[in-house]
Design a protein around this ligand. Structure first.
Ligand code: NOJ
Length: 646
């Protein structure tokens, strides 16, 4: 495994997840802060999501932790991301992977201590990495002190007012107060036993019964969360990802919903839904924004808001509200050029209307990993979601498509969120043994939905070891044996690996000023046919994402879902575009339009085949291809359609 040089020592006395000591594992702080040092760094940042349970296990208990993350900060800095987002690390019974928080101002002992968290924040900052934490305002754990107090205090008490308690319907109040269903399955209400031992009121939980919903009409709740934000901001957190940002406010009448079925990550198109995307949420975020703006530099937010349309999402991003929100439309989009383009264009236009950047996402800890989604031979109409699928999967195809989409999202204006392991090309683990499934969805759906564990399997760091270098013990979820070949140490030896591709692509994004920056008007769509997504970037120029055509155009990015087999240019070159084409770029597979220039994006299979060469053996870097000098295209020359017959 590579080591890196840096002034920041690895956490003292830490052992890497693979069991080796770390005195020499250090990293170079980002020499240039790619997303910029200014207060608007977040507009084009690439943020890496750390699902802490599964990233790296520093203490050998099979569960990821803060020490594990600290030991891998050099890896993250070398990858070339700008920021980290850490999933909830607070004390929690872990009924929903930490999204059931028992104490918002501490660290779960299984993950470390508050001092460890502080060290992580400081070390990440020293490496030029910003850190976003995860705040869960819609609900607490049922083991939170407030909920315990509410149970003890009984009906009508101020303690119960912090949650949504109601008497039941029907004789003896034995039926839930309304017909709402929980996202994880079953009714959204749970009946409590009162302090006197009798069956009593019901409380609302839009997710699991161990996640009672807070009452955001209660001023104490609002004050408390402002204080929680302040607590972490004061310790150096650069911002927060907001869980279920669209769910905080409920219609006080709690009307029945009829036949609405809740689906995690689903959106409702129902007008006036009684608990999703109510107008009252915006007032909450205006208060949060005001607090964030009191810091220098200002703190930032990214919302998880599953809403009906880009326009609804944009409402959260008005200038006095949240800075950013995940754009899940690529997660839902099928592999279809027309739809990808329409999706991106609609998102850009809606965000532009409020002056906000789009945050592009392909995967996270809630959805089927995109290598698997994209490799499904039958593309489900609605995209990913939670549902497992029996559709056959071609992982090789999925990985090629994943490369294409990565370059597409890195070239578009806006920021990008990467989910841990996507840089390794990890697929969804679809065959975890049922008795190991931990997502509450599995139990709550009556064993009809396997849930999200398949995208949460711990990362493989080394090709050997009890958990492929994740830690010194078995991991909390088993990794497929085939992941040995996807382990970081293997991929670091292979210049054609997915990891090498991500590193080059991220380097390219730093090098080319036009990538990521700008607003919707800086991406002008080009019509190159129904199977090509293409756009011109202003200012600067962009990389190609994929396509049958081995060319690039100044200021254009082209993505053809038909035959995506591109790899990114070599990481070594730091010269801005336009670059000279690789020798042989005018081979018969070179179909670039007149005036467009090859950029060293190669189709390995085709190129090798056309030269009659074999790939180098694993572990031996491919010899550097000699580059010929070619004249740069005339400035402002436009892309056209590929030449017919080429
Ligand atoms: C969204 C989170 O991403 C998911 O993991 C969690 O289960 C729900 N919110 C409930 O907190």
């Amino acid at each position: 495994m590579a080591t890196y040089a840096s002034p920041v020592p690895a956490p003292s006395g830490t052992t890497t997840p693979s069991g080796t000591t770390t005195p020499s594992v250090t990293a170079t702080p980002s020499a240039t802060t790619p997303a910029g040092d200014g207060p608007a760094w977040w507009r084009s940042a690439v943020t890496y999501q750390l699902y802490i349970r599964s990233f790296a296990d520093g203490n050998g208990d099979g569960l990821g932790d803060v020490a594990g993350i600290r030991s891998r900060l050099p890896y993250l800095a070398a990858l070339g991301v700008d920021a980290l987002w850490i999933n909830p690390w607070y004390p929690s019974p872990q009924a929903d992977g930490g999204y059931d928080v028992a104490d918002y101002r501490d660290i779960d002992p299984a993950f470390g201590t508050l001092a460890d968290a502080q060290a992580l924040l400081d070390e990440a900052h020293a490496l030029g990495l910003r850190v976003l934490l995860d705040v869960v305002p819609n609900h607490t754990s049922d083991e939170h002190a407030w909920f315990r107090a509410a149970l003890a205090a009984g009906p009508g008490s101020p303690e119960r007012e912090r949650y949504v308690f109601r008497p039941g319907r029907g004789p003896d109040g034995a039926s839930p107060p309304n017909d709402w269903t929980a996202v994880f399955g079953g009714p959204a209400w749970e009946r409590v036993t009162e302090p006197d031992g009798r069956p009593g009121e019901w409380y609302l939980h839009l997710f699991d019964p161990k996640q009672p919903d807070l009452n955001w009409e209660n001023p104490q709740v609002r004050t408390e969360f402002l204080d929680i934000l302040r607590f972490w901001f004061d310790r150096g957190a650069d911002g927060f990802r907001i869980d279920v940002a669209h769910g905080l406010i409920k219609d006080p009448a709690l009307p029945d919903l009829g036949d609405d079925v809740e689906e995690i990550l689903g959106t409702t198109t129902r007008e006036g839904h009684p608990h999703w995307d109510l107008p009252g949420v915006h007032e909450v975020y205006r208060e949060w924004r005001a607090l964030a703006d009191t810091y220098d530099p200002p703190k930032v937010f990214v919302a998880e808001a599953w809403v009906a349309s880009p326009a609804r999402l944009a409402a959260y991003l008005r200038p006095d509200e949240l800075h950013t929100a995940f754009d899940f439309d690529f997660v839902r989009a099928p592999w279809d050029a027309t739809q990808l383009r329409a999706t991106a264009a609609a998102s850009l236009a809606a965000h532009d209307s409020v002056g906000a950047p789009v945050m592009w996402v392909l995967s996270n800890h809630d959805v089927t990993r995109h290598v698997t989604r994209l490799g499904r031979l039958e593309q489900p109409a609605g995209g990913a979601g939670l549902r497992s699928s029996t559709s056959p999967v071609d992982l090789d195809l999925g990985r090629r498509r994943a490369r294409a989409l990565l370059l597409l999202e890195l070239a578009l204006p806006g920021g990008v969120y990467l989910y841990q392991g996507e840089e390794l090309g990890l697929e969804e683990v679809q065959d975890l043994p049922e008795d190991l499934l931990q997502d509450p969805t599995w139990e709550r759906s009556g064993h009809t939905e396997r849930g999200r564990d398949g995208c949460r399997v711990p990362l493989p760091w080394t090709a050997s070891g009890p958990s492929l270098g994740f830690g010194t013990a078995q991991a909390w979820l088993p990794q497929p044996a085939a992941w040995a070949d996807l382990a970081v140490d293997r991929q670091e030896e292979d210049p054609s690996s997915m990891l090498a591709f991500y590193r080059r692509a991220l380097r390219l994004r730093r090098d080319v000023p036009g990538l990521g920056a700008g607003d919707a008007t800086s991406a002008q769509w080009l019509d190159l046919g129904p199977d090509v997504v293409a756009f011109r970037r202003e200012p600067g120029s962009a990389s190609s994402t994929s396509g049958p055509h081995r060319w690039r155009c100044p200021r254009a990015t082209c993505c053809s879902p038909a035959t995506p087999r591109w790899t990114a240019p070599p990481a070594r070159s730091r010269r801005p575009w336009p670059r000279t084409p690789p020798s042989g770029s005018t081979s018969r597979t070179d179909t670039r339009p007149a005036g467009c220039q090859s950029v060293g994006l190669t189709r390995p299979a085709t190129r090798r085949a056309s030269r009659g060469r074999q790939p180098p053996p694993a572990g031996r870097p491919r010899a550097r291809r000699r580059r010929s000098r070619a004249p740069a295209p005339a400035p402002g020359r436009r892309c056209g359609r590929p030449r017919p017959g080429s």
